[in-house]
Design a binder for this molecule. Structure first.
Ligand SMILES: *[C@@H]1O[C@H](CO)[C@@H](O)[C@H](O)[C@H]1NC(C)=O
Ligand SMILES: *[C@@H]1O[C@H](CO)[C@@H](O)[C@H](O)[C@H]1NC(C)=O
Ligand SMILES: *[C@@H]1O[C@H](CO)[C@@H](O)[C@H](O)[C@H]1NC(C)=O
Ligand SMILES: *[C@@H]1O[C@H](CO)[C@@H](O)[C@H](O)[C@H]1NC(C)=O
Length: 531
């Protein structure tokens, strides 16, 4: 059968899915028609080429480099003998994929507003990828690479196919935590590659936290000198950060940097004396420290200078300012400076004090022409924030069920990101990807206007028990469940169909050199066939 209108057929009938197994795309496109008519690709001849009418032409780094990457992914880096094909048979071959984009933002960064739609047409007349932007072309190239298959004899084919595709949500993120454990540069770059295979488009970099401060600041070098695990080896230099941002850009991925305050900041303390609140035991300082001290002017002077640097280093419009899990004990337990400040300001509880700090910080960052994302506590504690603030939902049931929280946030008119059901660091026995897959981000009581405020979500990999030894198999293919939920139509929700394709995709990841863990009993045809 021709498998036309696959989306509809598949959500109704698993049998149809099995018949169409070769089109094992991940994530599944919005509209696809594919058939059994196949075209041969000769590795020695095949090329990616710019359409004469394309706004981007040779010299566009984003696409030039993508062409090279996908060539290598498809055929490996070896050389191929020239095929001896009789002219007639080549009618059913394809010499090139022609790429045409409407605008050429080759030197720019992708943004929340960037279009990622593309059309891919492979038939007797053409092999053509059309998109509005280079970012859409990147998504289409990935899809094309997943359409190509190899016969038992080793011949490459692509079937007659028509795809019209676009993401359901514009913010599809993956969080890595480089504070609980340091992740080497190569782990981050490799993750960006696999993110692109999954059409993720935001790398949420939770750079620093209580345990370590690996970001090398040029205005405050003592931060990492005193706060990292090892200032020679376990830091991200300015050069590393630049490399990560550019590597991400070339894959259509934004880098959303998070510097979480006022809690989760113990590692900031040694480098900036006076920044953290000294905790008291009775009338004496106990020698331990709490959150950033909100009662001192010097705190805000420090934050102004520090975030001026951060705003310049990270080109994305958005910064993540954290704001989660502020522990009030140290403020509460009679630090006299805090008490005086509260009295002077007329604050009755510590939420007001927290609110004062965060509000002041948000003003500082806004003045640098940045937008910001914060964790849900900022909303829950009723901090006054700008109306264009993005709120990230991470708590499963506190103070309410996460879907109720999505409802409340959007009801208040704020944009929301969902993460609560997508904590990849939580592991259990068995295939847990399907619980993540079944989540429907809009399953709350809300108007269409509220639904439109859900800009996407993020899979989170917190680092307490994760470093470069186990990062890759714990991420992949599980994070793929979130990637498809955020890219594909809400009707693409059949677990059996997803299982078939995710198993296949996991094998494809192995072929691409990614040590993705199995999701089932079985084996991969390509397991030992790395090109
Ligand atoms: C591609 O075509 C081949 C036969 O030419 C067929 O076996 C395979 O199932 C097709 N794949 C898809 C996705 O239609
Ligand atoms: C893709 O195809 C659709 C429907 O034919 C068309 O409306 C749309 O403009 C095309 N998109 C691009 C980027 O060419
Ligand atoms: C802190 O700054 C405020 C406003 O600029 C000022 O009124 C206050 O006196 C300053 N406090 C100290 C201790 O310098
Ligand atoms: C999918 O979205 C459409 C349009 O928003 C909606 O009418 C439909 O109920 C949703 N279906 C599911 C299964 O969520």
């Amino acid at each position: 059968m021709g498998c036309s209108c696959c989306r509809l057929v598949f959500s109704l009938l698993l049998a149809a899915a099995l018949a169409c197994r070769a089109a094992a795309l991940w994530p599944w496109p919005q509209y696809i028609r594919t058939s059994h008519r196949r075209y041969t690709l000769y590795p020695n001849i095949f090329q990616f080429r710019y359409h004469a009418g394309s706004a981007a032409q040779a010299g566009c780094a984003v696409l030039d480099e993508a062409f090279q990457r996908y060539r290598k992914l498809l055929f490996g880096s070896g050389s191929w003998p020239r095929p001896s094909f009789p002219g007639k048979r080549f009618v059913l071959g394809k010499e090139m994929l022609v790429v045409s984009v409407a605008t050429a933002e080759c030197d720019e960064y992708p943004t929340l507003e960037s279009a990622e739609n593309y059309n891919l047409t492979i038939n007797d007349d053409k092999c053509l990828l059309l998109s509005d932007t280079v970012w859409g072309a990147l998504r289409g190239l990935e899809t094309f690479s997943q359409l190509v298959w190899k016969s038992a004899e080793g011949t490459f084919f692509v079937n007659k196919t028509r795809i019209r595709d676009f993401p359901r949500f514009p913010h599809r993120g993956l969080l890595l935590d480089t504070s609980r454990h340091y992740l080497p540069l190569s782990s981050i770059l490799d993750t960006l590659d696999v993110m692109a295979y999954n059409k993720f488009n935001v790398f949420h970099w939770h750079l620093v936290d209580d345990p370590s401060f690996p970001y090398e600041s040029f205005t405050y070098p003592q931060l990492s000198r005193k706060g990292s695990y090892n200032p020679a080896t376990h830091v991200y230099t300015a050069q590393d950060v630049k490399e990560i941002i550019e590597y991400a850009r070339l894959r259509g991925i934004r880098v959303l940097a998070e510097f979480d305050t006022p809690g989760h900041t113990l590692s900031w303390g040694p480098g900036v004396p006076g920044l953290l609140t000294p905790c008291y035991s009775g009338s004496q300082p106990s020698g331990t420290f709490g959150p950033v001290n909100p009662s001192l002017n010097s705190t805000y002077e420090f934050m102004s200078t520090f975030f001026l640097e951060i705003s310049a280093v990270f080109p994305d419009f958005y910064l993540h300012l954290g704001g989660d899990e502020v522990d009030f004990t140290c403020w509460y337990e009679s630090n006299p400076g805090i008490q005086d400040f509260m009295k002077k300001k007329g604050f009755n509880d510590f939420k007001e004090l927290e609110s004062f700090y965060i509000h002041t910080l948000l003003d500082i960052v806004s003045a640098y022409d940045k937008g910001y994302v914060v964790w849900q506590e900022v909303f829950d504690n009723k901090v006054k924030v700008r109306p264009d603030t993005v709120i990230q939902v991470w708590r499963e049931t506190v103070p309410v069920d996460y879907m109720k929280e999505m409802e409340k946030i959007t009801q208040a008119g704020f944009r929301a990101l969902l993460s609560a059901p997508w904590y990849l660091n939580h592991i259990t026995y068995g295939p847990d990807w399907n619980d993540m897959y079944k989540v429907e981000p809009l399953a709350f009581d809300g108007t269409p206007e509220q639904e439109a405020l859900v800009i996407g979500g993020e899979a989170c990999m917190w680092g307490e028990y994760v470093d470069s030894t186990n990062l890759v198999p714990r991420l992949w293919p599980r994070a793929g469940a979130v990637a498809e939920r955020l890219w594909s139509s809400n009707l693409t929700n059949n677990l059996g169909f997803a299982y078939e394709r995710l198993s296949h995709f996991r094998c494809e990841l192995l072929r691409r050199g990614v040590q993705a863990q199995p999701i089932n009993v079985g084996y991969c045809e390509q397991e030992f066939e790395q090109t």
